[in-house]
Design a protein around this ligand. Sequence first.
Ligand SMILES: [Zn+2]
Length: 397
Amino acid sequence: MQAGVTAHHPPESLLFGERADGTIAHISDVPSGIACGCRCPSCHRPLVARKGDQMVHHFAHHGAGDEHACQSGPETALHRFAKELLASRLALVLPPLQILGETQLSMREPYRFDAAVLERRMGAIIPDVILRRANRDLMVEFCVAHACPANKIAKIEQLGIAAVEIDLSELAHRASRQELEDAILIQSPRRWLHNPKIARAPSGELQPAPARFVTRVDPSIAALQRAYLSACREVQTMRVRSLGPSRIAADGLAHAIRVEVAGLGCFTVGPADWQAAILVSALDRALAGRSGLVSTKAALQQLRERDQLRTRFSRLSAAEAAALRSALPTFALPKAAIADWAMALSRQGILVPSSARDQWVIRRETLQLVREARQRHAGSVKVAASAPEPFKSRGRF
Ligand SMILES: [Zn+2]
């Protein structure tokens, strides 16, 4: 875990913290610093979120040098994140089944479940997650450091319940939330630890999976999926392209951008750019005494004019959008991505939802903080003594 340290890579690569309510937060979900309110999922010491511009965003143990990082923190945290993610998404790509020595049924589309239970005892074992659809159960084991031992597999076989193991050992600890979600639910290597249908078939003549375990993907949808995943990878490695993010940082709102939401692949720029573009223009309008409204409709229009929307994903048919949404948990239409981001900002107390659907307003306190930050930057110390006036000099900063 200590290999590969570079100037831009923290020596401690803890991407998850445990919130006060016991749930797991990704680094992208929390505000910077001790305000993240998280503890280490392994040793329970308080964490600080380090979300600067120089290093990959990560958690560090509060008050400890990075060299004192606890060794099992990242593993424990990834394991817990995977369980909570699966339980909340209820969808998983299953491993292929071999049939008569040929290759298998393609199952790149996630199989959907009705319910999930975490860590409930089944006979002699406690699987990480039990997924249920109708009256069938599937056990899921996540392997981060150690593969499922043979004696556990023997116990699973005795229970006669299908079980899948997902190998997370290759996941780079710097992975973004979206990469992690895709890896866990779709792409990481996975295998059947046990499948009663296979076990019952005579050897060499394996039966196909029961019909509802098998789904086939329409080739045009498969191409769209590939295009979307590659768009996601592209924007994740992209540098900041506009001045918006540094303006937002100067306004003291760096935590309001780079928010990871589903749908990031629908944009031609990274989340910092498009989120800053929307927020800067709303702040500028509000500080000029006009409306500080953020609406998905106006934001879409603005991003379209700036060429920040990928045409292919902003003009999908309803059927294509539905197929993509059901296949890829990380897909959402641009308008849903903008709405998710605005909701995240509402939870952070930066925006307030308006009574109209898909509209938010900048919270008064946020506006006051930004006004003060801009006045400080302008060096207008004398203004501070009197009550701040609405700032009219838009465009100067
Ligand atoms: Zn720790």
